[in-house]
Design a protein around this ligand. Structure first.
Ligand SMILES: *Cc1c(COP(=O)(O)O)cnc(C)c1O
Length: 340
């Protein structure tokens, strides 16, 4: 049964697909979990997730390669990161293999919703875990639910890639020694005001500086920075309060091993930014979204790559990684997981 979807005009919004995976933790162990068609969740009004935001999530994509395989990109790293997020929020880790198995099962069951090669659309996967039992005194919940659903999303760059403009935020994203390094809903809840405000001021995104000294570049609300120096080096900010982006880590590998570029992963002072040649935001959704302009309280930094195109090296990185993802360029061992 084929589904009728206009893949090219699809946006980034929730569209219900038939099957999702659900597993439950009863306080001692996880059940084995199963696919279900039930998209509604019934939990206590006092559930840990509702009262104290005890929840973490992941995001990855399934798509069709040039030779017609359905694959996911490095889902083992999402599984690992989910475990790290769960541990930091006092939630149980998933049994070995359950995460990847859930990915495979959900994609396989919703195969009709995996967009064809060349459409630019993908099947976005959202794994998440939350405290489901009642908690009123502040402590971790006893019971947890793990879910994974799929929703088709359209091409990130409709009508061509356009560099974005961002501003240095007066709000902080993550405290030193806080939760910036985990993929937790709480990091997003507190970023909503900052992003709405940025949009109202005409900016696409916020650049967050380190909350401790407001001296170093951290990341945006949902993507890591990647800079290119005028000498052609790749520089990515290092900090314990940045979420370790799988896309960023993959791009750095590609830069070194495929393009022969020098990569520096180190603290980056905001002061340095005016000297960079190119800037991009890395994340699963866009792979790289080029930044053309960074505004610090009225002071504009215009990247030499401009507001019309992706910078030259950024584009090479983008083309190489998307080429690997789509099966046009040989992938490093283990990067593509085929769904049967
Ligand atoms: C998910 C996320 C990213 C991007 O990570 P990817 O693994 O590349 O998708 C970057 N920053 C934050 C805060 C995130 O939540």
């Amino acid at each position: 049964m084929a589904v009728e979807i206009d893949w090219k005009s699809l946006g980034f919004g929730y569209i219900k697909t038939p099957w999702r995976f659900v597993a439950n933790y009863d306080g001692k162990s996880w059940d084995k979990g199963a696919l279900t068609q039930e998209d509604m969740i019934t939990i206590s009004e006092c559930a840990g997730v509702l009262q104290y935001a005890q929840t973490a999530f992941e995001g990855l994509k399934a798509y069709t390669t040039e030779d017609g395989r359905i694959v996911t990109f490095r889902p083992d790293l999402n599984a690992e990161r989910m475990d790290q997020s769960a541990a930091r929020l006092e939630m149980p880790t998933l049994p070995e293999g359950m995460f990847l198995d859930a990915v495979d099962q959900v994609v396989s069951a919703n195969k009709d919703y995996v967009p064809p090669y060349g459409s630019g659309a993908t099947l976005y996967l959202r794994p998440y875990m939350f405290g489901s039992s009642p908690v009123i005194g502040v402590k971790p919940a006893e019971k947890y639910e793990f879910r994974l659903f799929a929703t088709p999303v359209g091409p990130y760059f409709k009508g061509g890639v356009k560099p974005i403009s961002i501003r240095v935020s007066d709000f902080d994203r993550a405290a030193p020694h806080g939760t910036g390094h985990i993929k937790a809903g709480l990091n997003y809840a507190m970023s909503l005001h900052a992003i709405v405000d940025a949009h109202n001021q005409g900016f696409d995104e916020n650049m967050y500086l380190d909350a401790g000294s407001r001296t170093y570049v951290e990341e945006t609300g949902g993507a890591n920075f990647l800079f290119i120096t005028k000498g052609g080096k790749v520089v990515t900010p290092k900090s314990d309060s940045i979420l370790p982006s799988i896309t960023r880590r993959s791009l750095c590998y590609v830069a070194e091993k495929y393009l022969g570029l020098t990569v520096e992963h180190r603290p980056v002072k905001f002061e340095e930014v005016k000297d960079f040649a190119e800037c991009g935001l890395c994340g699963t959704a866009a792979v790289i979204s080029p930044v053309g302009k960074i505004v610090d309280h009225g002071k504009e930094i215009c990247l030499p790559s401009g507001m019309e195109h992706m910078g030259e090296i950024t584009k090479k990185l983008y083309d190489t990684l998307t080429g690997i993802q789509m099966g046009r360029i040989p992938a490093p061992e283990g990067w593509l997981r085929e769904i049967k």
